[in-house]
Design a binder for this molecule. Structure first.
Ligand code: UGA
Length: 469
């Protein structure tokens, strides 16, 4: 279905089994380095952060990602993976350099901060004395690769023999290893046939399985990534906008989402209503995309992304309203168990996490908030040291006036409503992720509320709300 660009724009030989470096061994880079080694390549991970390099060298993944720890140990043991802070060594070693450094939101605007990307390309270019391919994986504004190509060519002692490509990454936290080893598609943004062939050699083990490949120009490859994340964010905000309508009409957003999902053109994925999206990618990518589109004079084309962001933020405010209602109209002094801090389950990432933001807002209104997350307590504590943190679910809910389910960890879904009911001060719960069995909770005597659901939705026995004091 997709065309491949013409291969013969350069005659340079392709390195069949290239040696790979990965610059920036944070979340994306560490996973990529480990997975490239798992595919059979010799890989060198590079970072300016000595502590991170030491941890990875000693076989420890500095963040929570299921399956990565085991793969890292295996690859270190196999001798195919090493880590360093030495850029000279990296340039000598690598035939293909993947740049995986972060592009966070700028402090003073919605634009992406490209400082780390520029530094990484500059560090490689200034040392390059032989032909190599620099492959950007970081999410960047459209036009960045073209600008970097000019910089690299001017800066590199070997000039335009140092080529640049863009190869966006679509992995999800919590599924990072599997998404990297078994991607649903690969996208190569290239400016020459040689760059395409070199990337094909890198991804040969994955391409052999018939994984779809889209070969594109640099700008399209950059755009694919932000367009994909914006689309996913739009889908989530769409169902959350419907939740707002449900709240005004007494309709039930879960039933609505289910009915929509059977239409294959719509599908059920990313149609889960609740507290909305967070994390280190969707929110900042959406904003950076809108910002870049405005710079390019096409701001109107994606003006709706501002609304997507607003809908997402409103869910958090509405959730606080529900908790306040259940606390009797005033949060001052109310004890709230905040179940979850990570932006999603199976992650310890609290960047732009709706859960932690809600906990903060509740505390600002005077609630005594006790946070418990199976993996993210430490990161959450670093971000908001003033909240209270519990070491277990039982400890968090003990004496709670309201329980707030903020991240849908399996542990919370498995909890027995009677057992935790025996620990709380009052059986009142708000399910921010539509992850709990409302019927079971109501049968156990809980007042159960969820965003976009009428107060009694999902119950079988006649529902009697507890009088709010
Ligand atoms: C996202 C994309 O899904 C990846 O494809 C992309 O590679 C990655 O960003 C990135 O740019 O690096 P990730 O941030 O790991 O991945 O998380 P998602 O699984 O997309 O979830 C994002 C947020 O949306 C979470 O807060 C989640 O709770 C929320 N969400 C997701 C919903 O509220 N409803 C849904 O139906 C699905």
């Amino acid at each position: 279905m997709f065309t491949t660009r013409s291969p013969e724009t350069t005659l340079d030989p392709v390195v069949d089994h290239p040696r790979i470096t990965v610059l920036g061994v944070g979340y994306l880079g560490a996973t990529h380095a480990v997975c490239m080694a798992a595919l059979g390549f010799d890989v060198l991970g590079v970072d300016v952060d000595q502590e991170k390099i030491d941890e990875l060298t000693s076989g420890h993944v500095p963040f929570f990602e299921p399956g990565l720890q085991e793969q890292l140990s295996e690859m270190l043991h196999a001798g195919r993976l090493a880590f360093t802070t030495d850029f000279d060594q990296a340039v000598r070693f690598g035939d293909v350099h993947f740049i995986c450094v972060g592009t966070p939101q700028s402090i003073d605007s919605n634009a992406a901060d490209l400082t780390f990307v520029e530094r990484a390309f500059e560090a490689l270019a200034s040392r390059a004395h032989r032909k190599a391919l620099l492959v950007g994986k970081s999410t960047v504004p459209i036009g960045t690769a073209e600008r970097l190509t000019a910089m690299v060519t001017a800066r590199a002692p070997i000039g335009d023999a140092l080529e640049l490509a863009w190869n966006p990454e679509f992995l999800r936290e919590g599924f990072a290893v599997d998404d990297t080893l078994h991607p649903d598609r690969l996208v190569f943004g290239v400016a020459s046939g040689w760059a395409e062939r070199q990337l094909r050699a890198v991804y040969a083990p994955i391409l052999r399985r018939g994984t779809p490949l889209v070969v594109a120009d640099l700008a399209t490859a950059e755009l694919v990534k932000v367009a994909a994340n914006s689309f996913l964010a739009t889908k989530i905000s769409y169902i959350n906008a419907m939740a707002e309508v449900c709240e005004a009409t007494g309709a039930d957003v879960d039933v609505l989402a289910e009915a929509l999902s059977y239409d294959e053109r719509i599908g059920g994925r990313f149609l889960k209503p609740g507290l909305g999206f967070g994390g280190g990618c969707l929110p900042k990518d959406l904003r950076a995309f809108a910002h870049r589109a405005e710079e390019l004079g096409v701001g109107r084309a994606v003006a709706f992304l501002h609304e997507i962001d607003d809908i997402n933020t409103r869910r958090r405010l509405r959730f606080v309203d529900l908790v306040r209602d259940l606390a009797g109209g005033d949060l001052q002094g109310a004890r709230v168990a905040a179940l979850g801090a990570a932006f999603k389950p199976n992650s310890d990432d609290v960047r732009d996490a709706p859960a932690l933001d809600v906990a903060r807002m509740l505390a600002l209104e005077g609630a005594i908030v006790v946070v418990y997350d199976p993996e993210a307590n430490e990161n959450a504590h670093r971000t908001y040291p003033d909240l209270d943190y519990a070491g277990s679910l039982r400890e968090a809910v003990t004496d709670a006036d309201v329980v707030a389910l903020l991240t849908e960890w399996e542990e919370f879904g498995r909890a027995d409503p009677d057992e935790i009911g025996a620990l709380v001060n009052r059986r009142r719960i708000v399910d921010g992720r539509h992850a709990l069995d409302a019927v079971a909770y109501r049968e156990a005597g809980w007042t159960f509320r969820a965003l976009g659901q009428p107060a009694g939705a999902g119950h079988v026995a006649p529902y009697e709300a507890e009088p709010v004091t």
